[in-house]
Design a protein around this ligand. Structure first.
Ligand code: AMP
Length: 203
């Protein structure tokens, strides 16, 4: 059975963490526009570099992200899609290039999102995600190399959440109206959240 999973949720809802686990569990591709763009931040496009949008907390123009997703899905048998679609026009494009087997919305409250994002740190060597309060690594070598994403500073976090409410919530509404959306409470531990998503996907 193929697994074509869409994980929706605000920045900081845990999409990255959960997608990585899902990809491993089901042997499918983790397709994430955020990581793809971070790896190509200074690529010249006709709209400017991804960086110029990302560091301001704005969306990178649709043609750039649509192209990334199209190329990634062409090569993938099963996949978990993380960070895309972020507006209705991307959702429309996605529906033209693939069908989906599961659409999961990770629900996390606003205050929790801000705490998670501003305290988030990333290990540039492994991509693992930590948090200054909730999940600090014991290994000093890891501690020393952790970095904060440029767009995880508080002002940019607020702008990303505003962009999310304006552009991405209508996407969630769209799948809810179609009756395809499964909502999962994203405020539990990562292990508990994973179990819930796994149940949805496996059934
Ligand atoms: P993320 O890692 O998913 O939080 O994405 C980080 C940043 O990359 C976002 O704030 C946007 O600037 C950009 N980005 C990622 N995915 C998309 C997308 N689907 N559409 C437009 N911009 C995106």
């Amino acid at each position: 059975m193929s697994h074509r999973i869409l994980l929706l949720g605000a920045p900081g809802a845990g999409k990255g963490t959960q997608s990585r686990k899902l990809a491993e569990e089901f042997g499918i591709e983790h397709v994430t526009t955020g990581d793809a763009l971070r790896a190509n931040k200074d690529m010249e496009t006709e709209y400017g570099t991804p960086r110029s949008f990302m560091d301001a907390g704005e969306l990178v123009p649709d043609p750039v992200v649509n192209e990334i997703v199209k190329a990634a899905l062409e090569d993938a048998d099963g996949f978990v899609l993380d960070g895309y679609p972020r507006n209705l026009s991307q959702a429309e494009y996605l529906s033209e290039i693939t069908d989906l087997d599961a659409v999961v919305f990770l629900d996390v409250g606003e205050e929790e999102l801000v705490n998670r994002l501003t305290g988030r740190r990333m290990d540039p060597e492994t991509g693992d995600i930590y948090h200054v309060e909730f999940d600090w690594p014991e290994d000093e070598a890891i501690q020393e190399r952790l970095v904060q994403r440029d767009d995880d500073e508080e002002d940019t976090v607020r702008e990303r959440l505003r962009v999310y409410h304006e552009n991405t919530e209508p996407v969630i509404e769209h799948f809810r109206e179609r009756g395809d959306l499964v909502e999962v409470d994203g405020e539990a531990t990562p292990a508990d959240v994973f179990e819930r998503i796994r149940d949805v996907v496996a059934n």
